[in-house]
Design a protein around this ligand. Structure first.
Ligand code: AMP
Length: 205
């Protein structure tokens, strides 16, 4: 089973690109953010434990996340590949998965900070099917037609905190995976299909 990690700042397009690659390859897309949002919506114990951290744009404690991902991956014995979107989010998580979920390729989607802040504050989320789309696409989800909303953590003060959390905790993973010769950096500030074509080439190598 191939394991691909999608790395990038909030708003870089990890979720959008992982969903496209999943469609092309049949690999399973695992978004830790989507899982937490679903747990929150269903008011589960895990959702309750994650809520305060998510509201502030902080990382949920490593043990909760690592256990959750390992459990998901263990259920996927038949998958040809998995696409990890939003995990690992710091070096401790990366170390915790080593040996148990070996990583083949890390796709680092690079986008300038100004573009990111603009993208995050002007994107909308569908609580029904988890689609993300720009505010210019209107109030109905382009995939399922339900009403879209702004994620609480896409509001300006939280966005700035998420950026800081990324810089301090997630960005060191670039060097971590580069040293392991697993890192491929892709310019994410281009048309979505151009970006996904580049990513697909790397995934299928
Ligand atoms: P995302 O949709 O990937 O931006 O994730 C939304 C929120 O879920 C983050 O701001 C964190 O609070 C939490 N989260 C998602 N993935 C992780 C992770 N790997 N480690 C810790 N917290 C996470």
């Amino acid at each position: 089973m191939k394991t691909i990690v999608f790395l990038g700042a909030p708003g870089a397009g990890k979720g959008t690109q992982a969903a496209k690659v999943a469609k092309e390859t049949g690999f399973i897309h695992i978004s830790t953010g989507d899982i937490f949002r679903a747990e929150l919506k269903n008011n589960t114990e895990l959702g309750k434990q994650a809520k305060d951290y998510m509201d502030k744009g902080e990382l949920v404690p490593d043990t909760l996340v690592v256990n959750m991902v390992e459990q998901k991956v263990a259920e996927l014995t038949d998958a040809n590949g998995i696409l990890l979107d939003g995990f690992p989010r710091n070096v401790e998580q990366a170390r915790a998965m080593e040996g148990r979920i070996p990583v083949d390729v890390v796709i680092n989607i690079q986008v300038n900070r100004d573009v990111l802040v603009n993208r995050l504050s002007s994107r909308r989320f569908c609580p029904t099917c988890q689609n993300t789309q720009p505010v210019s696409a209107g109030a109905a989800c382009q995939k399922c037609g339900a009403g879209v909303i702004q994620r609480d953590d896409d509001k300006e003060e939280v966005i700035l905190n998420r950026m800081t959390v990324y810089e301090q905790q997630t960005k060191p993973l670039i060097e971590y995976y580069d040293k392991q010769n697993r890192l491929v950096t892709i310019n994410g500030d281009r048309d979505i299909d151009v970006v996904s074509a580049d990513i697909l080439k790397e995934v299928q190598k």
